[in-house]
Design a protein around this ligand. Sequence first.
Ligand SMILES: [Zn+2]
Length: 603
Amino acid sequence: MTQELGSRERSLVVLGACMASLLLLFLRSIQLQVLEYESYGGLSRQNRLRRIDLAAPRGLVITSDSIIIAESRPGFNLVLVATADWGGAVRRVASLLDADSAALQAAVAGQRRQFPRDPVVLFRDLPPAMLARIEEHLDQLPGLRIETNALRKANYGPLGSHLLGYTSRIGTVEYAKLKDRGYRLGDDIGKGSLERQFESVLRGSDGYEFYEVDARGRDRGVPEALDPVQPLPGATLRLSIDWRLQLAAESLFSDGRKGAAVALEPSTGRILALVSRPNFDPNLFAAGIRSEDWNRLAADPDFPLWDRAIRSQYPPGSTFKVITAAAALEEMLTAPEDRLRQGCPGGIRIGNRYFKCWKKGGHGSLDMHQAIVQSCDVYFYQLGLQLTVEKLALWSRRLGLGAATGIDLPQEAAGLVPDRDWYELRTGPGSWRGGVAANMAIGQGELLTTPLQLASLYGAIGNDGIRWRPHLLIAVENETGETLRKELRINDRLPLSPGTISVLKRALTGVVNEPGGTGAAARHADVEVAGKTGTAQNPHGDDHSWFACFAPADSPRIAVAVLVENAGHGSAVAAPIAGVIVRSYLARRASVPGPSAPQASGQ
Ligand SMILES: [Zn+2]
């Protein structure tokens, strides 16, 4: 026997070895697929691995005085995970909890038609007694699971509801649009105000774990080898809101008044308080709002869900006179010391209409300072006629009306500044002439503003023309207190000369502090408050009451706008409310040094 094989023989040996291995593999696969089919297949049918999401707690909302106004609390949901043969379990749980079985089954069937594989939340936020009853019977409820969820909790209920907003459940219609962004059916999503504006940072990110179920959908627990991925809580919002001031301002509306109050820091644009009444309890929405609660809120003629501070638009009434005065000075139509040709006998004829002053007996002859202090309408009718609608519209826009302030809240209204074209289009050629300008000059007619716009404008006048964009956000922070996003401070300058601003500031100080001034109700014992009353005619009912102010007049630390619907004169209702807000804020801040010089600027 020779020791050496030819190349041909070597090839045959290799081929033979390969064939043998292939044969072995083939036999093994036969064994797996055919011989052991029963046991392997049975196992994969019996035990299924399911992924379950672990809800991330929503981020905290904290005020500048370190009050947590919104947080997360745990809630327990009963969830249907079985995709087939669920009817019996749903019937059983309905009888266990005294629920309407037919309605429950219809709801499941409804969701399953659209999203056949998604879990169905049968009950959200189960009360402890119901939870205990279900847990006791869980082994008789195949396909049902109790899941822990994170629910929003507004710690002060309806107080501050319009700055906070609410969260609500994602229903089937919304889910179709949101599922690509990582939302699940039944998740919470921010629906209004800060909850909506900062949804992306508040929501956090869900974790997940796996669990096994058997063929009947019964929970077999979490397999040891698969570690859960823990949820990442939402970030914390730190706000400029001064919660004690917010509560003080809220309490001034507690007698059923409707309206809004906005307080801000003129040297930064930070919002200190934002009140809109009537309000609502965001907690009603946390676990899915009950239909009777929703119907009540939606049908309420006072629109409690509507944020009057930034979304309602009202005629500014006489608070607008600062704009008319500024426009007349900047256009050099008059000087502050000028007395107009006609004094105020209590009214003035324009065309074929008689325009009344609010003071029947008239004010006599006035200069601009006294005309603002005493809020003489006749003086301003005459300025309006000289300015025309065009110039009044131009200066309204230059001073910030007709445009959103850019506050970090959704759905801010822009107000309305009607100009020549606006009237030509809506009320006919030439309709903007004469009386329309006179009316506009005293803030009546079609021109509309929001309480936020007036707070911002008055703050900017008090701040010598530097206007800071209103905002609530001081910082977004993660769990360890690290800042993820900083306050955005942006300013611009009102296009007014220092001389014009000084005339306005002195006159507004006179409104509150001089004899005959209409804003005496906002007076402060130690500090000069500067402001202006307004009484806005309203085609739908009684006049609205306005007051806009800043204090201390020479270097303001707070600016406030108050609007009370259908309450009559600004001097009688809105001014005293604004006065309490100013006093409450300055009293507490008396020992604190004044606001530091702004650090950043833009635009
Ligand atoms: Zn008058």
